[in-house]
Design a protein around this ligand. Sequence first.
Ligand code: 13P
Length: 253
Amino acid sequence: MRKQIAAANWKMNLTVDKAETLLDNIISANINLSNDQLAVFAVPFPYLHLAQNIIGDNDNFYIAAQNCYSKKSGAYTGETSVEMLQSLNIKYVVVGHSERREYFEESNAFLAEKLSIALEYNITPIFCCGEPLSIRDAQTQNEFVAKQLEESLFIFSADDVQKIVIAYEPIWAIGTGKTATSEQAQEMHAYLRKVLTGKYGKDVAGNISILYGGSVKASNAKEIFSQPDVDGGLVGGASLIADEFITIIKSLK
Ligand code: 13P
């Protein structure tokens, strides 16, 4: 079933005391989520365990990792395996954020390997895609994003691809305060669903959650999430402020 998801991406922010306070404040707001709504917190690795303990057995609240490595285990100093995440009972992992693609040169093919191992360990990947400003200016964003999907997702069976959450994050809207309009988000999300329909059929494409990311905040979340093909958001800056993110979770349809 297609879920509506408010996902926080804390990125490399917050010290442990601030992280604890933020999550405590959000949990103590006692937000009631319906069966098809989720709140997910992608926290820095050192806080995974603590964050798991804070959310406890709150229904439909989950902790995510912000990254994982493509290998099972071994001599890969500094990396984190999905087996480790599974052993912490982590259910989600962000894969292919534009910051990983840009600063760590992660390619579509490498990201396909990460998706594959995450699925093997029953961890739901939140796969990020999205175009830079130069591509948007040239109006070739559809082709650009379709290629990211084709090269990273299309190796998977229909069964597996439905387990992946997609986050469309136009790079020009990340951390810039410049949000895609809800029409621009809907247009791209509908296009992505069309690309997925072409490969896997309408039913499979209709089961996949597609989140929007890029300067989502309390004041614009409701309007963006109300679009028919937008199933929630992946939120950076505004997820670091309890009241902002509480409102964003409550904006899910
Ligand atoms: P901002 O919400 O800060 O624009 O970041 C978006 C993002 O990159 C989430 O992954």
